[in-house]
Design a protein around this ligand. Structure first.
Ligand code: NDP
Length: 286
């Protein structure tokens, strides 16, 4: 597709950014919906972030998606933000207003909630165990709360980070938050309806998550937000034990829906065709 004078441009800013699936994802929808537009990768180190944002805003970009390591800087640079970005203290979407304002949004939590809801419905007061206490885990607490978790047990290798996360979000969620370290896993798993891995363990180049799923009830669903590889050791183990599994691609696709709508003015659909296109690229890269 060639851009005419009316075409809209958006970017994905990160460092590194070459691995990002966002250009492919948005490109799929642009083709499917026959929209004259483009999503381009913007490789920017931390010290260049503000200048690149100023440049692309002046160049007429509709906005940018934001990935590692800029999500907190994106929140800080914005003039206005939505509740999800405020709660996370981080933004994965910056929308540029015609008057020069920068509006920060966070669609990660909503993306995870949509992906979980699609596969296993709402939690209706049930207990979720969340592994991790980094940026993604912060959004996952909000997603699990949105799904109606009664209790969220946050476990992290460094338990002080899990405690700090629980403390920081306690007043912003309805769910009861408990925290501990990975040694508390057997007790935390008891009676759980859902396990979410929001650590980077299991990612290509990282050691797999070292937990034994035996204490988890058979009825519990298991989600891994890592999507590279798509079938992590955790998901393979969970599937072998008969648990419903949810991979990280669902979150990735769903978090992009509001971004695309903000950039190009049409709400796209998450379809099996989109998933198949992304799975193909991931398997070619593996
Ligand atoms: P951070 O670096 O902020 O946090 C990493 C977390 O992983 C920390 O809690 C850390 O524990 C934990 N961790 C790292 N290695 C291990 C290990 N071997 N065993 C146990 N815990 C470990 O990363 P993010 O929160 O930004 O991202 C986490 C993952 O989520 C990444 O794989 C990322 O790709 C994925 N992600 C997926 C998205 C999607 O759309 N599907 C969106 C965003 C992220 P400690 O504090 O003790 O160091």
């Amino acid at each position: 597709m060639t851009l005419t004078g009316k075409g809209r441009i958006a970017g994905i800013i990160g460092w590194p950014v070459a691995h990002s699936l966002s250009p492919l994802l948005h490109g799929y929808w642009l083709d499917e919906l026959n929209i004259d537009g483009a999503m381009v990768p913007l490789a920017a180190q931390a010290h260049d972030f503000a200048r690149v944002i100023a440049g692309v805003r002046l160049a007429g970009f509709a906005g940018v998606n934001v990935t590692v390591p800029h999500k907190q800087a994106a929140f800080a640079i914005a003039h206005e933000c939505d509740a999800a970005a405020r709660a996370a203290g981080a933004a994965n979407l910056l929308v540029f207003g015609k008057d020069g304002t920068i509006f920060a949004r966070n669609t990660d939590a909503g993306g995870l909630a949509a992906s979980l809801r699609e596969k296993c419905g709402d939690l209706d007061g049930g207990t979720a165990v969340l592994l991790g206490a980094g940026g993604a885990a912060r959004g996952a607490v909000l997603a699990l709360d949105e799904l109606g978790a009664g209790t969220i047990r946050i476990l992290n290798r460094d338990s002080a980070r899990a405690d700090a996360l629980a403390q920081a979000l306690a007043s912003q969620v309805r769910a009861r938050l408990a925290s501990g370290n990975l040694e508390n896993w057997p007790q935390a798993a008891t009676g759980a309806a859902l396990l979410v891995n929001a650590t980077s363990a299991g990612m290509t180049g990282h050691a797999p998550l070292a937990i034994d799923l035996a204490p988890l009830p058979e009825s519990a669903a298991v989600c891994d937000i890592v999507y590279n590889p798509l079938q992590t050791t955790l998901l393979k183990d969970a599937a072998a034990r008969g648990h419903t599994t949810i991979d990280g691609l669902g979150m990735l696709m769903h978090q992009a829906v509001p971004s695309f709508e903000a950039f190009f003015g049409v709400r796209p659909a998450v379809t099996p065709g989109l998933r198949a296109a992304l799975v193909k690229v991931l398997s070619e890269r593996a």
